[in-house]
Design a protein around this ligand. Sequence first.
Ligand SMILES: Nc1ncnc2c1ncn2[C@@H]1O[C@H](COP(=O)(O)OP(=O)(O)OP(=O)(O)O)[C@@H](O)[C@H]1O
Length: 255
Amino acid sequence: MSLSAGGLAYGYPERQIGSEIELDLKPGEVLALLGPNGSGKTTLLKTLLGLLPPKGGVLALDGRPLAGLSIAERARALGYVPQAHAGTFAFSVFTVVLMGRTAHGSVFAAPSGHDRAIAMAMLERLGVAKLADRPYTQISGGERQLVLIARALAQEPRYVILDEPTASLDFGNQGKVMVEIRRLAAEGLGVLFTTHDPNQALRYADHVLMIRDGRVLAAGRATELLVPERLEELYGVGIETIRDGEGRVAFLPGA
Ligand SMILES: Nc1ncnc2c1ncn2[C@@H]1O[C@H](COP(=O)(O)OP(=O)(O)OP(=O)(O)O)[C@@H](O)[C@H]1O
């Protein structure tokens, strides 16, 4: 069981962004994807989700080629939390989360009581149940991010893919979301997230995939890969390492 890519080339119709990507995300595991701006992280996520067709190589979900799965099968397996943008339509927050349930029913069927209960439970889990009746267009960027996570979880997927899930969150909510990510893995989901913060990857991810210019720079266990030399190579800046008395480290950019 895994979400895997082998020799994957990916990009847009007119433009290849990355190639030779090897990736294997197992249930119960957290994988952090790190790379400089424009290195191809979001495009890779969209390819793993089946939103962009691969330009080469193999993509498989639990051993089956991703391209052979129906949209509904994919939606039941893979939850996606995109970077939060202001919505166009003033659906209520509750309706946005309820949309995550369409993966489990007919697009035309009315949501069941069970669907509504799950949507509300996920809003509560993310601490935003009080926003349920508010228009999605009239909540803050950070609140939108939490609502999008609730929507992905309402899908009850086996894998969750999050694009910079903490980018617009305050310090407290960053911690809350990262703890939630660990909790999802403990419940058996495979979790893949992108981040610009190596400290977050070190603290919350089991494995790390570093990409630069669409190529794998390094892949492996977070504790082994997240060292200053490697981060300097990835980001092209000096890195300062802070250590506490118990051997824990944190990194600061621009040393
Ligand atoms: N729709 C598109 N068509 C063509 N090229 C695109 C498109 N969207 C993004 N790109 C290009 O693809 C490359 C990778 O972009 P991508 O968004 O995947 O990077 P990223 O690593 O997620 O960046 P960031 O950390 O800044 O969010 C960039 O050069 C970008 O300009």
